[in-house]
Ligand binder design. Structure first.
Ligand code: B3K
Ligand code: ZN
Length: 864
């Protein structure tokens, strides 16, 4: 396989300052004529060869300076032209078939409309072009098609002209004044309606904002539109970034590989991150829409105005933009809840990636297929790395750094190194060793111990960055830790301190502690590391009840639970909570902490709900070198049932109180719904009959999707008649609403019902199921792959199911197929019986005669 290396970067020999594209649109066939102005790059290597990338297209016409060219040749999928001089006009015609494009890259059809996805390398499926992010061009686009079929014609920038043609056809001209790389090109043609609002920017520019959807969906667009306006305003205030066109379009598409795409002035979105109304979308759906709309909008500066030099720099735009969307969401809602959720995502997705066969630095060194590197590491760890710089610099100085970055690199294709240097110059920080965070993969392990002498607390910290594929030896990295020491009698601390651990081992002294304090460390999750802190259970119970940093409270809760569950699986547990050695396994400490959370009247319900969520089996497995996911799942369920039974009255009271709160989108009402959901989970675990009764009543009374879904989630896991009744009702009620039917698949596939595997097999035969729609395929099979009960069933059937899906999906949509491989790739960290079965599935995939580059790379590395 061809491996692309970061170190091999070469500036392009030729640039394309201008491109004029002309499309004759058809769902079966679209004709594309492309006119490029190419100029020799003064910073290039002087080669006469112009490489125009292609992928499954062939040229109908090739002209150079107006004359048919004969001296072009193909090099695999690419078209090469030899040119002399400094400047030429190139003209190329191609024909593409949108309707057969099931990969959903390039130009494709979705529900009769035409749309594009070009990042990372989709533009080369439309026309021949130097399809790399460091070639920036000004785009003019002419599109022409049947007016009845494609009443709306959209592309990047502004519409400069439109008109009617013969035989029911019409056309539009679009011009984007901002030079951009080809991955930001977009086109949409179809029957769409818009919800429109106007925004005035800080310098007084009037911007028309549209959210385009299929007719019938317009009453589900207001939240997305509101989120867009809020994001535009926020970016002006928080980062000084103003929008730069008179028009901003968002289009919702139901067949989409990812969440959304930041094409200049024409964002294309998966419908799931646009459409919402209380009856069909949960609170979490609303939050996800706000964050993705914000994310794509923020790319206008972090990604579009300043883009990436090459795809190894992907985290330059993605890590930074994730941080920006996290800060935006925190400002729009609860900072504490947002931080807890973001850390949960990082630990649930990125930590396992970082400790497995696909581990890579946030700035990778090599790849075979770039689509495989749109990962939690590049996105979420990338955001954490930039967040650490912000923590060390402080908000104000950090802003100076980002201002300098945008000023220095506006209009350029930049590198991660450019970003770090701008932050250094703008903040005055020395980020010399900090750069290791860009080059080293693996989650650092930090062991912390504290001793008390006189009135001084002495903290010792040791760090180790584990070996990852291709990186055996690691160096210690600067790790900023926010620390507070609590006096256990007054339950207060005298101020937080930021310590930066930048050696393998270091000691920090805290004066003025008359008594041995309680240590609160990595507050707010100031560094993306795995901590091992020597601390008695009682200290964690104390922090869970008293820490003034809500994240630290959550963390103390999680640590107690993780500690207990790991003890329970490694030493067994009897009915009284003693392990086989007769030691109390920390179950009681968990109960005490839960009781405090339930009883704390000062606590916001939104945070209460978070504190009650048990860590996932995936995160628990991360704590062990080799995990038995079956045993972990059982121990987790047993703890849930025990807590449910022990604290039944409190959970009942919480469920009753929360159920009495009327629907609203405010924090209090949302918090009540979250507590309703969590208390129901524990009641059903502690007393399944009462759980079923309450869940069914909640289901029937629900006047919003959050309540309906949380009730159905609980019913799905129970073997009771109400289960079938509620599921049938849900399907009937929401028939025809694809996003809600996705939920119907996903809830069943994600449940811990004893016969969940049978359910999944039956659902795969359901008339509503299809593999060709990524949302639907993920709703069933990604839910299954993430469900420890289904995926890790000792029979190996879960593995076989996912293996089969990879094999069947690969010829249809390789990008989506490859996303299922990492689940199987975890085999080395799973107990031997299951590991063998997982490996066998990977081998069966690897044995297929034809495999996409996407799946091939992931499978080979996973077996490696
Ligand atoms: N930049 C896009 C990702 C597209 C990836 C395609 N393989 C979405 C985003 O991160 O905003
Ligand atoms: Zn992004």
């Amino acid at each position: 396989p061809q491996v692309i290396h970061r170190e091999d970067y070469l500036a392009p020999a030729w640039l394309v300052p201008e491109i004029a594209l002309s499309f004759r649109l058809g769902v079966e066939e679209t004709h594309v004529c492309s006119k490029l102005t190419v100029t020799r790059n003064p910073d290039g290597n002087g080669s006469d060869v112009l490489r125009l990338n292609g992928d499954q297209i062939s040229p109908l016409v090739v002209k150079v300076d107006g004359r048919a060219a004969r001296d072009w040749r193909m090099d695999g999928p690419d078209l090469l032209l030899e040119l002399d001089g400094e400047r030429h006009a190139i003209e190329i015609e191609t024909l593409v078939q949108p309707v057969t494009n099931t990969q959903l890259m390039g130009l494709y059809a979705s529900n009769g409309m035409l749309c594009t996805q070009c990042e990372a390398e989709g533009f080369r499926r439309i026309t021949f072009f130097p399809d790399r992010p460091d070639v920036l061009s000004t785009y003019s686009v002419r599109m022409e098609g049947n007016k009845a079929r494609f009443p709306i014609l959209l592309s990047n920038g502004n519409c400069t002209a439109r008109g009617e043609g013969a035989e029911g056809r019409h056309w539009a001209h679009w011009h984007d004044p901002w030079p951009k790389p080809s991955y930001l090109f977009a086109l949409v043609a179809g029957n769409l309606v818009a919800n429109t609002a106007r925004f005035t920017t800080m310098s007084g520019r009037q911007v028309e904002c549209n959210v385009w959807v299929r007719p019938g969906d317009e009453n589900r667009t207001q939240h997305a539109l509101d989120s867009l306006i809020a994001a535009m305003k926020w970016d002006e205030e928080a980062f000084g970034r103003e929008y730069d066109l008179d028009l901003f379009n968002i289009v919702a598409v139901s067949d989409f590989n990812m969440g959304a795409m930041e094409n200049k002035g024409l964002n294309i979105f998966n419908t799931r991150y646009v459409l919402a109304e209380p009856d069909t979308a949960t609170d979490a759906d609303y939050d996800a829409i706000e964050s993705v709309v914000g994310h794509e909008y923020f790319h206008n500066w972090s990604g579009n105005r300043v883009t990436c030099r090459d795809w190894f720099q992907l985290s330059l735009k993605e890590g930074f933009t994730v941080l920006r969307d996290q800060l935006f969401s925190a400002d729009m809602g609860s900072e504490a809840v947002k931080r807890i959720e973001d850390v949960r995502i990082l630990r649930g997705g990125q930590f396992p990636e970082d400790s497995g066969p696909l581990a890579h630095p946030i700035r990778p060194d090599s790849y075979q297929e770039i689509s495989n590197f749109y990962t939690s590491t590049v996105y979420n760890k990338g955001a954490e790395v930039i967040r650490m710089m912000r923590t060390m610099a402080g908000e104000e100085r950090f802003r100076k750094g980002t201002d300098l970055y945008f000023e220095r690199h506006d209009g350029e294709a930049a590198t991660c190194e450019d970003f770090v240097r701008a932050i250094e110059d703008g903040t005055g920080l020395d980020l010399g060793r900090f750069r290791l965070w860009y080059s080293q993969a693996g989650t650092p392990r930090v062991a912390i111990a504290m001793r008390h002498e006189g009135d001084t607390a002495i903290l010792t910290a040791d760090q180790a960055v584990p070996a990852t594929p291709g990186q055996a030896i690691k160096q210690p990295m600067p790790i900023p830790l926010r620390v507070a020491l609590f006096d256990r009698e007054t339950a207060s601390h005298s101020g937080e301190r930021l310590i930066v651990l930048d050696k393998a081992s270091d000691t920090f002294r805290f004066e003025g502690c008359p008594r041995p304090p309680v240590l609160s460390v990595n507050r707010g999750f100031s560094a993306p590391v795995a901590l091992e802190v020597e601390r008695p259970d009682a200290d964690l119970v104390f922090l869970a009840a008293h820490d003034d940093d809500p994240f630290a409270r959550y963390e103390a809760m999680q640590s107690l639970i993780v500690r207990h569950l790991i003890r329970a699986v490694s030493a067994g547990l009897d009915e009284t909570g003693l392990d086989k050695t007769g030691r109390e396994a920390g179950r009681d400490a968990v109960r005490q902490a839960c009781e405090a959370v339930l009883a704390d009247e000062a606590l916001e319900d939104l945070i209460r709900g978070e504190l009650l969520i048990l860590p996932t089996v995936a995160y628990l497995s991360e704590q062990l070198l080799v995990a038995d996911p079956g045993a972990l799942h059982q121990a987790r369920e047993a703890l849930k049932a025990w807590l449910g039974a022990e604290l039944l009255d409190s959970f009942r009271a919480l469920h009753d109180r929360a159920s009495a709160v009327p629907f609203g989108r405010d924090a209090a009402a949302r918090g009540a719904r979250k507590c309703k959901a969590q208390s129901l989970v524990y009641i059903a675990a502690g007393d399944p009959a009462e759980g079923a009764r309450r869940a069914f009543a909640q289901y029937r009374a629900a006047d919003n999707m959050s309540d309906r879904q949380s009730a159905l989630t609980v019913l799905c896991g129970l073997d009771v008649p109400e289960r079938e009744e509620a599921l049938a009702d849900f399907h009937k009620r929401h028939e025809g609403n694809a996003l809600v039917i996705d939920k119907w698949f996903s809830l069943q596939a994600g449940s811990f019902h004893p016969r969940v595997l049978d359910h999944i097999r039956t659902l795969a035969q359901h008339g509503d199921f299809t593999l060709s729609n990524p949302n639907r395929a993920r709703a069933l099979y990604m839910s299954a792959a993430l469900n420890p009960k289904a995926f890790h069933d000792a029979s190996g059937e879960g593995y076989a199911m996912i293996g089969e899906i990879v094999r069947r999906l690969d010829p249809i949509n390789p990008q989506t197929a490859a996303r299922f491989v990492p689940a199987l790739g975890r085999w080395r960290r799973i107990e031997p019986d299951r590991a063998r079965l997982m490996r066998a599935e990977l081998e069966e995939i690897a044995a297929l005669p034809t495999l996409s580059r996407d799946v091939r790379e992931q499978v080979t590395k996973s077996l490696g």
